[in-house]
Write a protein of this length. Structure first.
Length: 458
């Protein structure tokens, strides 16, 4: 199946997933245009790469397009969608578009509720550092490689997003499943529906790499009917981490496959035992795809993370400021545990912005005890994303529901920055946790003028 279109118009081109596809298309020589409600760094980046971009939506944007690629948030009555339908221009979501985009490529797909960006990033980093110019799409930009490239070798590595069933558009040679824990409750109303979506993805692969520590991933892998490779700390995993030592977040371990060490001992620059699992997943996937893990494994020690994944934003008068995308209770627990290893004995402020009303409602019981490794929890207003406030929830309600002795409700970004300036003091650590606008809290706090802190006792 040859790629059938010479010009693609993308509605939502400023988003993470579609901006990455835009970059891949541009590298293939396809003309790309796109629009979004507001500008941002990803939209500007694709414009700099050669795309024609527009602010706002107009039916004229699609006049000369061969195909329309749309974000999952775009409704059928969107003016550009209506115009495309009237002109006979195909309208596709990512799930429908990917088979055309990746035809003929040897795909490594990385799926999972947590850890898929880091695992994808590690695979890409090892390949590229090892001289393999694979193509890739990662859910967050990598410091050395950005978030997407077409590449000039058969292998294509892609973060396999479950939202809007995007990963159903993949036919991977290797399908990684890091974990399967109910999420995106607006789309998947039950845990079983969520797990069945992963099962469909796994059944489309030639081989499945699954985490032996996660019951959901193991269940999906075993029911897929495909050959399964497991990884984890368990003695029965195909890939294991031996001799794990964690020294202030610098984790050293020996990767072992079927009882034999693979390459040298590795030291990760990204903290947390969960990242040992991500590294094992990456090595197992490369091995399953036919690459030599002995040769590529040492490069994972130079992987420095991705944007908004335990990202150090700056320091303010002795306060360290970290930003992280964690927006699920399991992710928050793992991130705070890693933070404690990196900054032992320091006072930790967890600045939490609940993400969507439906997720907050469904996971509220799991949120209650998710912040045990923080000294103080700051709760912001709920980030609505694509939803309306119809469930009777608020950030203040969430703050009251948490089982933590020191919880503070602050509201919006500006109020949160003001609160932190008044209460944090030298030696503290602030980490913003969420997939919404609270990333601005970290950046505004780091840019505060000298002597911005009031020195309060909290």
């Amino acid at each position: 199946m040859a790629f059938p279109w010479q010009r693609v118009h993308i509605v939502g081109i400023g988003g993470t997933g579609l901006s990455a596809i835009a970059r891949v298309l541009l590298e293939r020589g396809i003309r790309v245009s796109g629009c979004d409600r507001q500008s941002g760094p990803l939209m500007q980046a694709v414009a700099d790469a050669g795309a024609r971009v527009f602010l706002g939506h107009d039916p004229d944007h699609v006049r000369s397009a061969d195909a329309l690629l749309v974000t999952s948030a775009v409704p059928e009555d969107h003016p550009e969608v209506r115009a495309a339908r009237e002109q006979g221009i195909p309208v596709l979501r990512r799930r429908d578009f990917l088979p055309y985009l990746l035809e003929g490529r040897e795909v490594i797909g990385v799926a999972g509720t947590h850890g898929k960006t880091t695992t994808t990033g590690m695979i890409v980093h090892m390949l590229r550092r090892g001289g393999v110019r694979a193509g890739y799409i990662v859910g967050s930009p990598l410091p050395e490689w950005g978030n997407a490239a077409w590449g000039d070798e058969p292998t294509f590595v892609i973060e396999a997003d479950e939202y809007d069933y995007m990963f159903w558009g993949l036919r991977p040679r290797v399908a990684v499943i890091t974990n399967v824990e109910w999420d995106h409750v607006d789309l998947f109303p039950t845990e079983e529906v969520y797990r069945e979506a992963f099962l469909h993805y796994a059944r489309q692969a030639h081989r499945v790499v699954a985490c032996a520590e996660d019951p959901g991933a193991l269940d999906v892998a075993r029911r897929s009917g495909r050959p399964v490779i497991t990884y984890g700390f368990r003695a029965d995993a195909d890939w294991q981490a031996h001799g794990v030592v964690d020294t202030r977040g610098r984790i050293r371990f020996r990767p072992v496959r079927a009882g034999t060490q693979v390459g040298p001992a590795l030291t990760l620059q990204v903290p947390g035992r969960h990242n040992v699992l991500n590294a094992l997943a990456a090595l197992a996937a490369l091995d399953a795809a036919g690459f030599s893990p002995d040769v590529l494994a040492p490069h994972v020690s130079t992987y420095r993370g991705a944007h908004r994944r335990f990202q150090h934003i700056g320091s303010l008068e002795g306060v360290e400021i970290i930003d992280d995308y964690a927006h699920h209770p399991t992710e928050v627990r793992a991130t705070l545990a890693a933070l404690r290893q990196v900054f032992p004995g320091r006072r930790v402020w967890a600045v939490f912005q609940p993400h969507t009303y439906s997720r907050t409602r469904a996971l509220l019981d799991r949120w209650r005890d998710a912040f045990d490794d923080a000294d103080d929890v700051v709760v912001m207003d709920i980030y609505a994303a694509r939803e309306q406030a119809t469930l009777g929830l608020s950030g203040e309600y969430v703050a009251r529901a948490l089982h933590h002795p020191r919880v503070h409700y602050t509201g919006d970004v500006e109020a949160t920055v003001t609160f932190l300036r008044e209460h944090i003091r030298p030696g503290d650590v602030v980490i913003t946790l969420g997939a919404g606008t609270n990333t601005h809290v970290a950046r505004m706090l780091a840019r505060s003028p000298a002597r911005a802190l009031s020195g309060g006792s909290g």
